[in-house]
Design a protein. Structure first.
Length: 175
């Protein structure tokens, strides 16, 4: 088990989502996570969309474990300027991602304060985050460590592509 993140671009409304959940290649129905209202905008979870399939399917997909994702999200929150805050968990820890959760807005807020298992970030949020991510890019590059275990750099390169694609009438889907 783990987290799968995929991005889609050039979405087109092609009608109501099929009741049986079945749809063809190049088509998608998005999940609107009720705990993060508005993130799916401008898309709806009741509509079937077609998307641009010209990019390799593997290029549009990123997979990692939930723990790895949490570590990378925490590192990105630090670079985005959030404050390390104590968690409310039984084993109190100070994490930058806790600073995101304690905030109501900030750089990359729509991504950093989002489900690590299911939901959709729509074009509206992606458009907002592209310039924020680009502003952080020099710091991300400075964090780069050469070697096969530099998952943070790979993760950030993927997010950069995903946000740009999402901003182009697209979306990022977490599952």
């Amino acid at each position: 088990m783990g987290l799968d993140i995929r991005y889609y671009t050039k979405l087109k409304d092609i009608g109501n989502a099929p009741a049986d959940g079945g749809y063809g290649d190049g088509q998608i129905v998005f999940y609107d996570n009720e705990y993060f209202p508005g993130r799916i905008a401008p898309w709806k979870d009741t509509i079937l969309y077609s998307y641009d399939c010209s990019e390799d399917r593997e290029e549009r997909h990123f997979r990692c474990g939930y723990t790895s994702y949490s570590v990378m999200r925490n590192k990105l929150a630090k670079l985005a300027g959030y404050t390390a805050t104590e968690s409310k968990e039984p084993m109190a820890t100070f994490l930058y991602s806790n600073g995101v959760y304690a905030s109501e807005c900030g750089p990359l807020f729509e991504l950093l304060n989002f489900s690590d298992c299911e939901g959709t970030i729509g074009a509206d949020a992606c458009k907002k985050m592209v310039p924020e991510f680009e502003e952080l890019w020099p710091q991300i590059e400075a964090e780069h460590v050469d070697g096969p275990f530099d998952h943070f750099r790979t993760f950030c390169e993927y997010l950069r592509r995903a946000l740009k694609a999402g901003a182009d009438k697209g979306a990022i889907r977490f599952s």
